[in-house]
Design a protein around this ligand. Structure first.
Ligand SMILES: [Zn+2]
Length: 392
């Protein structure tokens, strides 16, 4: 069959979770994969294909949870400054972070919100040059209850219901972000904070978002906050620390996405200049989340890989490699871990032509040197990135 571009790959991970395939011929035509089949040895002249037989090809990756206005710096003064910068400065920061993401093969990004809606503003007017190869989905400002956690990624619901607020400010966002609990306690192991919103309010909000064609991502830790978010019909649970087996069972049954952001606790333990007790507590939280991820795999909960980049010690782009490694440490195979960052994330973001190397899907893929056994480390030095009809 005729294809405009033919590539020979030494190894291929297709993003479906299926086994690594060896020695594959990939054909691309008009920005889409046209054919994928075993490389026909002896039949093809070397001049007719690009030879990447020493490389592994995998789908372009996505990060399902970032905060583009913030860097991963652990310096508290710098963090404060970043939160209060003017748009002109923030614009450069976002652009820089998008470039870092691209360099790590991340071509789709789901932002979890910022207090001034600057990421939304950036997307509306300033996606140009190299950054335009990234598919950016924004939440604008997240919603939280007055007096509760969430002011640095959004704003409090000052009047009326959540549903009315969403309807009022629906323009130019790609999903709704609601904060439903506090942060992980760094003093008391597994301490649960009360839910910010009750079931009726949250259900109405999810329904209002859904009428606008928007999914709802809910920040929730602890059994009760997660349970309410799930009963309300949210599309994904963000973080989900200490949510427990019953909630995970429900997520497996209803196929609700979980974005564990496990690396945040590892990074905090490594980088935060806090008290020793806090560092040790972060490590215990990390360990607990690892057991939840292993359980989620056994139960069949769809895991979407998100890093929460912009948190302390969590850097845009490279954090994805850390998060992939944690999935492997929790018992996922490399094929399963890549699926979390490609197909699962694309599905969660509603990108039905992305995330898989398969006939008819968009030809967005990355090339790393060596065999899959070098992953995820080999993502630190990506050989080539292909978007649509060209290599970047
Ligand atoms: Zn976040």
């Amino acid at each position: 069959m005729f294809s405009e571009r033919l590539i020979r790959a030494g190894w291929m991970i297709d993003g479906s979770g299926g086994r690594v395939q060896k020695n594959v011929l990939i054909g691309i035509k008009d920005r889409f994969f046209q054919e994928i089949r075993p490389f026909p040895s002896g039949e093809m002249k070397p001049s007719t294909f690009s030879d990447l037989s020493g490389c592994t090809i995998l789908p372009a990756l996505a990060d399902a949870h970032v905060h583009l206005i913030m860097s991963g710096t652990a310096d508290q003064d710098q963090r404060k400054q970043q939160l209060n910068e003017r748009f002109q400065q923030v614009r450069e920061t976002i652009s820089f972070h998008l470039k870092q993401l691209i360099a790590h093969g991340v071509l789709a990004v789901r932002d979890g919100g910022d207090r001034k809606g600057y990421t939304q503003r950036y997307k509306k007017s300033f996606m140009d040059g190299k950054e335009s190869s990234v598919c950016l989905h924004v939440a604008g400002k997240a919603w939280h209850k007055p007096g509760r956690y969430g002011s640095f990624v959004g704003r409090a619901l000052e009047r009326g219901t959540l549903a009315a607020g969403i309807m009022r400010e629906r323009n130019d966002i790609d999903h709704v972000k609601i904060i439903q609990s506090g942060m992980n306690s760094l003093r008391y192991f597994g301490k649960e904070s009360p839910p910010q919103f009750q079931l009726n309010a949250l259900r109405e909000a999810v329904e209002a978002a859904s009428r606008l064609g928007l999914k709802t991502m809910v920040h929730a830790n602890g059994i009760v906050p997660v349970q309410i978010a799930l009963e309300a019909g949210c599309s994904s649970i963000e973080h989900g620390f200490f949510m427990g087996k019953q909630n995970l069972n429900f997520m497996a049954e209803m196929q609700v996405y979980w974005v564990p952001t496990t690396g945040t606790m590892k990074a905090f333990a490594e980088h935060a200049r806090g008290r020793e007790e806090e560092r040790l507590m972060a490590l215990r939280n990390l360990e607990h989340q690892m057991t939840q991820m292993a359980l989620a795999r056994r139960l069949g909960v769809p895991i979407a890989l998100g890093t929460d980049s912009g948190s302390v010690g969590v850097h845009h782009g490279s954090a994805l490699i850390e998060e992939l490694q944690l999935l492997l440490d929790a018992g996922l195979s490399i094929e399963e871990a890549i699926k979390c960052a490609s197909y699962n994330n694309a599905s969660l973001m509603g990108l039905d032509q992305k995330g898989l190397i398969k006939k008819g899907m968009q030809a967005d893929f990355i090339v790393v040197k060596g065999s899959p056994s070098a992953l995820p480390e080999s993502l630190k030095d990506i050989f080539r990135i292909h978007v649509g009809e060209r290599f970047l």
